[in-house]
Design a protein around this ligand. Structure first.
Ligand code: DON
Length: 311
């Protein structure tokens, strides 16, 4: 397996595709439903790759921080999974939803058990679990993320969290609805406050690719081999990213890119190739399914040219 990796010149492939994708017309739109995200310069475009053999390479705006939004749902799931173990699957399912990330429609027929932890309904239930389990949820979650990443400067953006909270009608509805069905234990206002904060986490592509590399390493942080998750748990997180990481575009992402990954409406995508690398892309304009337009284009070309997808 390592032989294959050594044969690929990741740097050259990333550089070439970056140049090509930079110049294509961006047919996406900014996530204007969160006012602060509508103010971002849509020309930002960064990529960073971190490999299992400790090489790192980035281009463009790869050191500029952005709002990671739903990418943070992987981190909250990981923290809750570590605490609850497999009991977590009593509160949230592991099936693709085939619906938009903020949809309410399946909840009534499915007794308030969200289809998976990455749609907003599922991430709200995971937030509720963390609220019940942690004494100081915001601080402890942030410390957990900083620790996995080995980056003490990672932080929430109070501006983005407040901006989303102000107009978060859909999430407010979702959280209250799940509460009425019995799968939210805390006060919806507190769950939403925690959720908006976790979505407001800011990172750059370098931090994201380095952080997610442990999922390519059987759940162990690469710098010191410290186990963040067990091998089996790590495999399951990758499986969920593969099947549910892009909402109703998860099939398309598997078809075109062929990697487990997760997107956010800030325009970030992180993707993992188990045993080989993690890669993060940021380009703020989104396609109709809420995933970065150029991010998808870049990753499709990247796995095609490098021949480094899991399929
Ligand atoms: O709850 C929301 O709508 C946002 N804070 C996060 C949604 C998101 O990132 C969907 N991802 N592509």
């Amino acid at each position: 397996m390592h032989l294959i990796q050594e044969e690929v010149n990741f740097k050259a492939v990333v550089q070439n595709i970056y140049k090509d994708v930079k110049d294509i017309e961006d047919k996406g739109e900014l996530a204007s439903y969160i006012p602060e995200l509508a103010r971002i310069d849509s020309k930002n475009f960064g990529v960073h790759i971190s490999t299992m053999d400790h090489s790192n390479f980035g281009v463009g705006n790869c050191y500029d921080k952005f709002s990671i939004q739903s990418i943070a749902k992987v981190l909250s799931l990981i923290m809750a999974y570590k605490i609850l173990g497999k009991k977590i699957w009593e509160r949230v399912d592991v099936e693709p939803s085939g619906n938009a990330f903020n949809s309410l429609v399946q909840l009534e027929a499915e007794n308030g058990i969200p289809r998976n932890p990455f749609i907003n309904a599922g991430a709200l239930v995971i937030s509720d679990i963390l609220l019940s389990e942690l004494e100081h949820p915001k601080e402890e979650f942030l410390a957990f993320v900083r620790d996995i990443a080995n980056q003490p400067e990672i932080d929430y953006s109070s501006k983005i969290a407040a901006s989303e909270k102000k107009v978060g009608y859909r999430n407010i509805a979702l959280c209250n609805y799940i509460k009425s069905l019995g799968n939210i234990k805390n006060e919806p206002e507190d769950v939403l406050d925690f959720y908006f904060n976790l979505c407001s986490l800011e990172m750059n592509c370098m931090e994201l690719s380095q952080l997610f590399l442990f999922l390519a390493n059987n759940g162990c942080r690469i710098s010191d081999q410290h186990p963040i998750l067990t091998e089996q748990q790590s495999k399951r997180i990758n499986a969920l990213m593969q099947t549910c990481g892009f909402y109703d575009e998860s099939g398309e992402f598997a078809f075109r890119v062929g990697l487990p990954g997760k997107s956010g409406v800030g325009g970030g995508i992180v993707a993992v190739h188990p045993d080989r690398y993690a890669i993060a892309v940021w380009s703020p304009k989104l396609n109709k399914k809420g995933n970065s337009y150029k991010g998808m284009k870049f990753l499709e070309a990247f796995t095609t040219e490098s021949k480094q997808s899991i399929f």
